[in-house]
Design a protein around this ligand. Structure first.
Ligand code: ZN
Length: 432
């Protein structure tokens, strides 16, 4: 029997709090899960710094990746099986892409990518196609199999239906993370009737569409995404932690460049500081390693590095205030000046941060925001874009909401304002 068709003697079942059970029958899937690059995802949290706000949010990208796999497996095996539109040959490659779509995420990806100018999607491609354990498993299926998986994840795969299951406005990725993040944060939004959505999903050549009778389940999904973004993903306090994390990495990078001798040399980061890293260096990183450096750097001579690490480890986060970059850009300049006069480095202690989300839109291919809309399949078989039938979705379609915050160490300013009137003036400017 060919490797791609091999089944496990006994089905493997993972207990999962969101999908109850995750079923693995294919030998290839089981072997992929066992590779060191996939196991690494256990050591990278799904929501980065969010656990500092919602303490339950310690779940990893490993959980989420298995969940996305399970949703795709159910769509294929339960929903699409036996349908002439579905090409059975595509089953395994689609499930592998689902399982591996986040493979290139690094530790605290947001901050890490920002500081070192990296892109996790490029690393996903590099791990799939490079000299790795995952690549060796995929290559056993067929020499071009790793490239096919990479193409689905990179959205260049010719079968658009397959791509849409992994990345579209209603895909297995989002369906898993919304429910999983809601579960682990403990919030009450984020829940929707996925079973119903899967039952009314229909394959077409271009993408999966939704039977008209399932419209309300999809509305619920769109609204839960909208709420999760503002209540959880863009939470101003977890952004504060992320700001500090980013500044720690910036400070370490800057110290390294200036020849500073660390008590604990960041050997894991040297090749990133110097831009000489290879894939192996990236795969060797995880959040445990970063946290270890933050712990020991609390004792560094450099006051900024040790303070920022202390803040991150002990959750002494920055305070925030609203600000409007369109009308208040002058205020930022003034504040920077005052910070310098007060002896507080604004490059590390006065930080602006913006979040922006577009809950749903229906722009066509080639337009500025190329996102395939969600289509309903009407009773006569015609396809109709979701917001044309749903008033709820229409109300939020194409509406981008942006939120700007400015972060600063209120604790330092409060403590020092009696001695230094400048601190009080800064506080007044920031908090009004
Ligand atoms: Zn994902």
């Amino acid at each position: 029997m060919e490797y791609k068709d091999e089944k496990l003697v006994e089905e493997k079942v993972f207990k999962d709090p969101v999908h109850r059970y995750i079923h693995v029958r294919d030998k290839v899937i089981w072997d992929v899960i066992g590779t060191s690059e996939f196991q690494r995802l256990r050591r990278i949290k799904q929501l980065g710094t969010t656990y500092l706000v919602f303490h339950g949010a310690e779940h990893s990208r490993f959980h989420h990746s298995l969940g996305v796999y399970e949703i795709v497996r159910r769509i294929i095996d339960d929903g699409f099986s036996g349908r002439p539109e579905w090409n059975n040959e595509e089953r395994l490659v689609t499930m592998c892409a689902a399982l591996l779509h986040d493979l290139g995420h690094g530790p605290f990806s947001h901050a890490f990518e920002k500081v070192f100018d990296l892109d996790h999607e490029q690393f996903t491609q590099a791990i799939l196609l490079g000299d790795t354990e995952v690549n060796a498993v995929l290559r056993r299926v067929a020499p071009d199999f790793p490239q096919k998986v990479a193409d689905i994840i990179g959205k260049t795969y010719p079968d658009k239906l397959v791509v849409s299951l992994i990345s579209s406005q209603i895909d297995a990725d989002r369906m898993d993370y919304l429910q999983r993040d809601a579960y682990f944060t403990g919030v009450s939004y984020g829940h929707f009737d996925m079973e119903r959505i899967l039952r009314v999903m229909r394959p077409t050549e271009e993408q999966a569409v939704i039977k008209y009778s399932g419209m309300h389940a999809v509305e619920d999904y769109i609204m839960s995404r909208y709420q999760m973004y503002w209540q959880v993903y863009f939470h101003p306090v977890s952004r504060s932690a992320e700001v500090i994390l980013t500044k720690i990495l910036h400070r370490a990078k800057q110290l390294h460049a200036s020849g500073y001798i660390f008590k604990q040399e960041p050997v894991h980061f040297h090749s990133f500081f110097d831009k000489t890293f290879v894939l192996e260096d990236y795969i060797a990183l995880d959040e445990n390693i970063l946290m270890t450096y933050f712990q020991v750097w609390m004792k560094e001579e450099d006051a900024i590095l040790s303070d920022l690490c202390y803040r991150f480890i002990n959750r002494r986060l920055f305070q925030y205030a609203e600000f409007d970059p369109a009308t208040e850009y002058r205020k930022i300049g003034e504040l920077e000046q005052l910070f310098k006069e007060a002896g507080i480095d604004p490059a590390y202690y006065l930080v602006t941060d913006s979040s922006s989300d577009l809950p749903y839109d229906f722009y066509g291919p080639g337009e500025e925001n190329e996102r395939l809309p969600i289509y309903l399949q009407m009773k006569n078989g015609d396809l109709s874009e979701l917001s044309r039938s749903s008033d709820v979705v229409d109300a939020i379609s194409g509406k981008r909401r942006t939120d700007h915050k400015i972060y600063f160490p209120e604790d330092v300013l409060e403590a020092g304002k009696a001695k230094n009137p400048l601190y009080g003036r800064i506080l007044h400017m920031l908090k009004g």
